[in-house]
Design a protein around this ligand. Structure first.
Ligand SMILES: [Zn+2]
Length: 392
């Protein structure tokens, strides 16, 4: 069989190789050549550079059916680190991960008042000092928060100010998009998979990773699943639309419904997250009324998720975020069952639906993964806008 024309090696090839090694775990140079379509000399050069840079290492040999043992290579986990901060209403979740997505530190602290760049710079120092992470091995900081509503101002100078204060690159991203990249990275999803994640929080967002790169849209606003309408005469939404899924299936919507039910109302605390978790705990502990509230929310979500799966022909989906931390099984069951009955692609390929292993920390982990990816696989970064975000 004629060998297909090998693509020229460039920054994209380096990212491709890092990504194939990441999803394989361990792999030989010959397998890399086969999976990437790059020539053996290109593979050898890039692998040598990656070993010199400490991103990958040789881990030993595997027997080969034709005699000569093949040397295997893998990502070097503990060589460099990414730090991510997830800004909540009252808290900041701080996460550090290694190059394979393994968590090396996590801390949740109350969010105090004051100018955000100063606050986060101090937090960054405290957090990294506490973990004893060598500063020269930290690749940067990503700060993620819920996407603003249309017209809500986002301070453009914030990122540059924070980067100047900590002396490292800073990325700013929305939490649902970051969570998708975090799941992609830590689950070792291969770049061939058409991957998405649904982030259930006080609102609802989605993130998509196509060909190994986070899909960002025209203005970093892709994945606004929360404002996909399931009823054109439905509940009004602050975004201006009606029947938005966020008004039926977010944590805020679940709490709003539960507060109207006398048997539930008195058991709910004042905050949305506390009240939502109380409903979710009751639901998984056999409270019929609480279960029905969540199951109906999950049913609504399943309808919206099917639209997304049909629109993008997704192959693999993860449910994540604090909204699925306690009663995620109720959501996964509903979404799976609905997709099995209704997904347009159901006779061609399965749509895998998984529950996040760390739903509450997913956005913070994803933020740290953005840093790791931008650092060791920069050809991935989708487009010049994101490059500018990272490199200033
Ligand atoms: Zn809306």
């Amino acid at each position: 069989m004629a060998r297909r024309e090998a693509p020229a090696a460039g920054p994209g090839s380096r990212a491709l190789i890092v990504d194939v090694i990441r999803s394989a775990g361990t792999i030989s140079r010959a397998e890399l050549a086969e999976l990437t379509g790059l020539t053996q000399p290109s593979i050898s050069n890039i692998v040598r550079d990656l070993i010199t840079d400490g991103i990958i290492h040789e881990t030993g040999s595997a027997g080969s059916p034709r005699g000569k043992p093949r040397k295997l290579i893998a990502i070097s986990p503990a060589n460099r680190f990414g730090v991510g901060f997830h800004l909540g209403v009252d808290t900041i979740t701080c996460v550090a991960i290694d190059l394979t997505g393994g968590m090396v530190g996590r801390e949740v602290v109350p969010r105090s008042a004051g100018a955000l760049p100063e606050l986060l710079a101090t937090r960054f120092d405290d957090f990294t000092n506490g973990l004893d992470l060598p500063v020269d091995r930290i690749e940067g900081l990503a700060v993620v928060a819920p996407a603003p509503y249309p017209g809500e101002p986002a301070p453009p100078e914030f990122r540059a100010e924070l980067a100047a204060k900590i002396g490292l690159p800073v990325i700013v991203e929305n939490d649902a998009a970051a969570a998708a990249l975090g799941e992609f990275w830590s689950r070792r999803v291969s770049r061939e998979q058409v991957f998405g994640s649904i982030y259930v929080s006080t609102g609802i967002g989605a993130g998509f990773v196509f060909g190994g790169a986070l899909f960002r849209g025209a203005s970093f606003d892709a994945g606004e699943l929360g404002h996909l309408s399931i009823d054109y005469e439905g509940r009004a939404c602050p975004c201006g639309n009606q029947g938005c899924i966020e008004r039926y299936a977010s944590m805020a919507a679940v709490v709003e419904t539960a507060r109207e039910i006398p048997t539930l109302r008195d058991r709910l605390g004042p905050t949305i997250s506390g009240a939502h978790d109380a409903v979710a705990r009751a639901a998984v502990n056999g409270d019929r009324v609480a279960f029905e509230v969540l199951d109906r929310a999950a049913g609504h979500l399943a309808v919206a998720v099917t639209s997304v799966v049909n629109l993008l022909d997704l192959g693999r989906l993860v449910l994540t975020g604090p909204g699925v931390a306690v009663a995620g099984s109720i959501y996964t069951r509903r979404v799976r069952a609905h997709l099995e009955r209704t997904a347009h692609s159901r006779h061609r390929h399965p749509v895998t639906v998984e529950l996040s292993a760390q739903p509450r920390d997913a956005a913070g982990i994803g933020a740290a993964a953005l840093v790791v990816q931008a650092s060791i696989a920069p050809g991935h970064t989708p487009g010049p806008a994101a490059q500018a975000l990272f490199h200033g």
